[in-house]
Each structure stands twice: as C-alpha cells, then as structure tokens.
Design a protein around this ligand. Structure first.
Ligand code: 5AD
Ligand code: SF4
Length: 476
C-alpha cells in the first residue's frame, strides 16, 4: 500500500484489490460451474464486504475467478469518498462493457454488478451512464446478494439501495464454515455507518447512520476465526470507537469489547480502525494500558490543525483537544504509534490555517499518515462553501505536508533499528526463503524464515528501515 497519496485512501482505505478472498471453492455442487470476479476499490470495509459477498455467492454455487475474462459475473465493489475514486469506477465499468459486448453472442454472457458506495450514492444514475450494468446494490443489501444475482442473470435489471443494517448484521452471523479462514490476520466489522456529518464527507449518506453489531455476534465470530487459525483481528468500523453494546446486563464501549476479545484463546493481537477523536473515551485509553494483546497503534484522523477549519469541517473538537487525546494515549502506552488522515485545501483554508496543520504534525510526530487534496463531493455541505482553494495551491500544500509526513515516517522506522520486536508471520515474502509480517506498529517486516512459521509470532531484531518497511533477523 502506498502511503501519503491523494489517489488511494487512508489506513481505513486500501488501493484496488483484485482477488477478494482466500475462500475455499465449493465442491461438487449441482449445475454448471459459475464463476465470479470481484474487483474491490476503497477501504478495508469494502474488502471485508467483498469477502462476505463471495461467501454468499459460494452458497449459490459460484467459485472465484482470477480475472474478469474468466468470470460469468463481475462485481465492482466501489468507493465514493473522493472524485478520483468514483471516476475510476466508471473507467472500470467501461472496460467491462467492451468485454460484455464481445461475449454477447457467445454461450457465456457476462453479468455486471456495481456494489458499494457509488452504487448507494448514484443508484439508478449508474444504469443511465453505464447501460451495460445489470445490478446496482448498496452496502446495506448484501444479505440479499444471491437473490439479486439470480434475478440479474435472468435478465432483470436489479436496483437495491435500501438501508437495513440490522438485518445485514444478522445475516453475517450465519457464517459459512469453509469460508472463515482467510489468513492469520483478519478483519471483523463491528460497526457500520456514521452520524458525524463532517462537511467534506459522503460516508453518512452512502453508509447511513451508525449501527453497532451486538457484542455476542462479534465474540462468536472472533472465536470462530481463532479456531480457524486467525491470530490477529482488526475491528473495523467507519467510527469504530463509537461502537457500543450491552453484555452481562452492563453497557459496553469499545474498550470493554477489546477486553473480552483479548480473553479468547488463540487471539494474540488486536487492532481497531478508524476512530474519531470525539469518541475516544477513558475505557479505551485504559484498555491500551491494560491489554498486552492490544497493539500500540492508533489511527486517529485530525484532518486539519486549524480550529477555524475544524469548525468548518464540523469535526466537533479543537486542535488542542486532539493533542490532549494523543498525550493521554502516550501516557497509557509510551510506545504508541500515531497515524492520521489530513485534508488540505478545504474551502477557506488560508496559508495560516495550513501552517497550523504543519504545526500539529510537528507536535504529534506521526508514524504514518494519509493526506489528500480536498475533493468536492456533490450533496455535502462543503460543496456549498465559498472561498474555494485553487488546485495548484492544494497541490503545493499537499507536497509540503507529505514531505514532512514522509520524513516523520522514515524517522519512526529508523528508530526501530536495533530493537527486538515480535512479528506475526503472515505470508511468504517477496524473495525465496523470506517471510513477511507486521510489527506491533503495523509496519511491514521482511525476514528470513520458513512457511511453516506462518501464523506464529517471531522474535526479530530490526536490522534495516526503509520508508515503508523494515527488515529483521530472527533472535535465537
Ligand atoms: N476530500 C478529500 N479527502 C476526503 N476524505 C474523506 N472525504 C474527503 C474529501 N471529500 C479523507 C479523510 C478521511 C479519509 C478516509 O478520506 O481524510 O479521514
Ligand atoms: Fe466521514 Fe467524518 Fe464520518 Fe469519518 S467521521 S466517515 S470523515 S463524516
């Protein structure tokens, strides 16, 4: 994943992902083999959703294809967060359209579906702009994906963008046993949606209101993941630290949930993303002091260091309040690595406001970060604001900010050299005889090792640090 870029998203977001899961193919079911290819854009929530969609389709008799050419059904799971992300989706559909035409008179017609946030935001408009699309389904409808796909394959045009999040979570709990084990590190969605209405952001409109998944469902799924060999779980939510629930007659927040997850045998590491500063409570901060399995890494977007811009963005906190949270976290866990998201060029941002952003970056000393030029999103309050910042000013500010963030990231990585750290061996590395895993601070670490070590915690001494990864050697 590339960092500090304005084309792909934050820690909460990843670049395009081709193969959506490591799902175990269905065996010997009736009827001809049908294949699906899912192209995923955007955040980890989308990656997770693609996994769930493929699990449901597996029950419909589908197996996963490696590319669109080999598929009967192609689903494009989309991201709407910035204009560039949405435009990429239409280019992808344009390419699929050509493939569909080529296959029109063959015995293997192609069905095209669009899921995710562009589907939610644009709905029927997608059929107008891209008539080759057969199915448009928003993020809260995936429990019905099997039925929708059947209808689309029968020649119906299917549009489904209703919000039924509770129903979606209920269907998620009926996980298919063969589909559980993906890797030794897994994502688990605990919360969906957002009520914050930051004035630049489409998420409250595409993902709907905040809903927390019940604690019992989360704990059950975590146990199944642990039994299937998963050692690290990252809890996902647009506002993951707004998660709340009831358990044993008491009110729980994310800190309580993390405590219960840490008690599950086999789970060795816990992470969560993405958090909002106004939902950081003491239970969560204390969880970092108390739970060794909770990794010392916090992704806490601040977006801007200027109080005026934070107000215009409707963030509900000041720069000083953000710094106070970071201080509290570092007091609880002195080795805490901080990551953030930034937007430059929000309407009205002056050079002085931008300097305040540079200043907060200097104060926090980020271990990693994601930074973007403000992208005006239709329908958001930000789009109505005057004093727009010219593109060239945005670009110039972004490059200054990214130079500072890159410098900090490299400094953080270099600070690890010589340290002994635990790395969860996740997969074979780029070179023969090499393994790749993650440090406690989410850095990629490459080291000499054998595939039999995948899934175990390896003690390494860090020998080299680059801008985006570390190299380590095993400590006997
Ligand atoms: N323009 C630029 N960046 C945006 N983000 C969200 N909406 C926009 C937008 N309209 C960024 C924020 C957020 C991250 C996921 O994407 O920094 O934290
Ligand atoms: Fe968007 Fe703000 Fe909600 Fe994050 S908190 S998803 S930036 S509206």
């Amino acid at each position: 994943m590339e960092r500090n870029t304005d084309t792909v998203g934050g820690t909460f977001e990843v670049a395009e992902t081709d193969v959506s899961t490591g799902i175990v193919p269905a065996s010997g079911d009736a009827g001809p083999q049908k294949t699906v290819f899912i192209k995923t854009y955007g955040c980890q929530m989308n990656v997770y959703d693609s996994t769930r969609i493929s699990e449901s389709l597996e029950q419909e008799g589908y197996t996963l294809a490696d590319n669109a050419d080999d598929a009967d059904l192609v689903l494009v799971n989309t991201c709407h967060i910035r204009e560039k992300a949405a435009e990429k989706v239409y280019s992808a559909i344009g390419r699929l359209n050509k493939l569909k035409k080529k296959r029109a008179n063959s015995n293997r017609p192609l069905t095209i579906g669009v899921t995710g946030c562009v589907a939610q935001a644009e709905g029927r408009e997608i059929f107008r702009r891209a008539p080759s699309v057969d199915l448009v389904a928003g993020p809260q409808t995936y429990h019905d994906i099997g039925k929708m796909v059947r209808q689309a394959r029968n020649g119906e045009r299917v549009l489904h963008t209703e919000f039924e999040i509770a129903e979606k979570f209920a269907s998620l709990s009926k996980a298919h046993p063969t589909a559980i084990k993906r890797s030794v590190a897994a994502f688990l969605t605990v919360q969906e949606g957002c009520d914050k209405f930051c004035t630049f952001c489409v998420v409250p409109y595409t993902r709907g209101a905040e809903v927390s998944r019940p604690a019992s469902q989360i704990l059950d799924e975590a146990k199944r993941l642990a039994d299937a060999g998963v050692r690290e779980i990252t809890l996902l939510g647009q506002n993951v630290n707004a998660w709340h629930g009831t358990r044993d007659g008491g009110e729980w927040t994310l800190g309580d949930l993390l405590r219960a997850l840490a008690d599950i045998d086999g789970i060795e590491r816990l992470r969560y993303t993405t958090s909002h500063p106004i939902d950081m409570d003491m239970r969560l901060i204390e969880a970092h002091r108390e739970i060794g399995k909770l990794m010392p890494y916090l992704h806490l977007p601040v977006q801007s260091g200027s109080d005026l811009i934070l107000k215009a963005m409707n963030r509900h906190h000041t720069a000083a309040e953000y710094l106070g949270i970071i201080e509290g976290m570092r007091e609880a866990r002195p080795d805490m690595a901080i990551s953030g998201d930034f937007i430059v060029g929000f309407p009205g941002e002056t050079e002085e406001d931008f300097e305040a952003t540079m200043q907060i970056v200097r104060q926090v000393r980020y271990a990693s970060a994601f930074s973007f030029k403000y992208s005006e999103r239709p329908g958001t309050p930000g789009a109505e604001l005057d004093n727009k910042v010219p593109e060239e000013v945005k670009s110039e500010r972004l490059s200054r900010l990214q130079a500072l963030l890159n410098e900090q990231q490299l400094a953080f990585n270099r600070g690890c050299v010589g340290q002994e750290i635990d790395v969860l061996a996740e997969k074979p590395g780029g070179r023969e005889g090499q393994l790749s895993g993650r440090s406690p601070w989410l850095q990629v670490v490459n080291f000499e090792g054998d595939v039999s070590q995948i899934g175990s915690m390896v003690r390494l001494r860090v020998t080299h640090a680059g801008p985006s990864s570390l190299v380590g050697e095993p400590v006997s």
